[in-house]
Design a protein around this ligand. Structure first.
Ligand code: HEC
Length: 103
C-alpha cells in the first residue's frame, strides 16, 4: 500500500479513537459532578457550583493543583472519600470542571 495512504488511515483511526475517548470522560464527569452519592452530606458538586459558580477562575491552577482542590471539596464539602489522582473518575471530574473555566 502507498505509504501516505497508510499514514493517513492511521491518523484518521487515532483521531476517531481520540474523540471516542473524550466523550465518555465528560459524561462520566457530569454524572459525578451531579451525584449526591459521592459523600455523606447529601450534596453534590452541583449543589455549590451550580452552572460552574466559583469555577470560572480555575485557569489559575494546573491539573495537579486542581485535582488536589477537587479532593479537598470531595472530603470537606461533600463528606466523601478522597479519590486517586490517577483514577478515571478524577480525570473525568477534572475534564468536566475545565468546561467552566473562563480564562
Ligand atoms: C458545600 C459547598 C461545596 C461543594 C458541595 C463543593 N464545593 Fe468546590 N468549592 C467550595 C468553596 C467554598 C470553594 C472555595 C471558594 C471558591 O473559590 O469558590 C470551592 C472551590 C472549588 C474549586 C476551586 C475554585 C477556585 O477557583 O478556587 C474547585 C475546582 C471545586 N471547588 C470543585 C468542586 C468539585 C469537583 C466538587 C464535587 C466533588 C465540589 N467542588 C463540591 C464549595 C463547595
Amino acid at each position: 500500500m502507498n505509504k501516505s495512504i497508510l499514514f493517513f488511515s492511521l491518523f484518521f483511526l487515532l483521531a476517531v479513537q481520540g474523540q471516542a475517548n473524550e466523550a465518555p470522560s465528560l459524561s462520566l464527569g457530569k454524572t459525578l459532578f451531579e451525584s449526591t452519592e459521592l459523600g455523606s452530606k447529601g450534596k453534590s458538586c452541583q449543589t455549590c457550583h451550580s452552572q460552574g459558580k466559583g469555577l470560572d477562575m480555575i485557569g489559575d491552577f494546573n491539573d495537579e493543583e486542581l485535582k488536589d482542590i477537587i479532593n479537598a471539596c470531595l472530603r470537606d464539602a461533600l463528606g466523601g472519600k478522597l479519590i486517586s489522582v490517577e483514577s478515571q473518575e478524577m480525570v473525568a471530574l477534572l475534564a468536566y470542571v475545565r468546561k467552566f473555566q473562563k480564562r
